[in-house]
Design a protein around this ligand. Structure first.
Ligand SMILES: Nc1ncnc2c1ncn2[C@@H]1O[C@H](COP(=O)(O)OP(=O)(O)O)[C@@H](O)[C@H]1O
Ligand SMILES: [Mg+2]
Length: 170
């Protein structure tokens, strides 16, 4: 099973993915959490954030997941996912696949801007920001959508909702 969290930078993918991982790892010892930022680091930070580099990164990410999936490893992936062709590929390739869209408006992201990317991008001081100068293509076929515009008061409840929606896997 590959559980895939997609959404803009700062939408909450890592936070939600990690909480889900913490909850499921006791039940599934063959479960790996793979985060987009950590993946880039593991690969040696050889790619930047241009449209082309992000596409190369998406290809690598999905291929690594397929490689592990074939060996019976379950994964929770938290990665921006701006390429519909790779989300399609995931669905066609992985044995079991559950895609979650963490949906947050640009207005909310701009108000939070924890990583300080959206304000500089909108001011034209920073480029290659998805949602600003790189258009965001939201997942069109997600299995589950989380509206994360409100404050995350109870992540336990949110994780409960995800687990309820997940197909059974062993
Ligand atoms: N619903 C929320 N309300 C307020 N802050 C949030 C919410 N969800 C996530 N955050 C915060 O936003 C920041 C970015 O979250 P993160 O999980 O790193 O996003 P992503 O992995 O999608 O870039 C973190 O500091 C996180 O604590
Ligand atoms: Mg993250």
């Amino acid at each position: 099973m590959i559980i895939w969290l997609a959404g803009l930078s700062g939408s909450g993918k890592t936070t939600i993915g990690r909480a889900l991982y913490e909850r499921l790892k006791g039940r599934h010892t063959n479960l790996v959490f793979l985060d987009g930022d950590e993946f880039r680091q593991v690969m040696g930070h050889d790619l930047g954030y241009s449209y082309e580099d992000r596409q190369t990164n998406a290809r690598r990410f999905s291929h690594l997941c397929a490689f592990l999936d074939r060996q019976g490893i379950h994964m929770i992936c938290a990665v921006l996912s701006n390429y519909p062709e790779w989300l399609r590929w995931n669905r066609e390739t992985f044995d079991q696949y559950f895609e979650i869209f963490v949906d947050v408006s640009l207005e909310t992201l701009l108000a939070r801007d924890v990583k300080n990317i959206y304000k500089p991008a909108l001011a034209g001081e920073k480029k290659d920001v998805v949602g600003v100068d790189i258009p965001f293509v939201p997942p069109g076929n997600a299995d589950f959508t989380i509206d994360n515009n409100q404050a995350l008061e109870d992540i336990t409840q949110l994780v409960d909702r995800i687990i309820k929606a997940l197909p059974r896997f062993t």
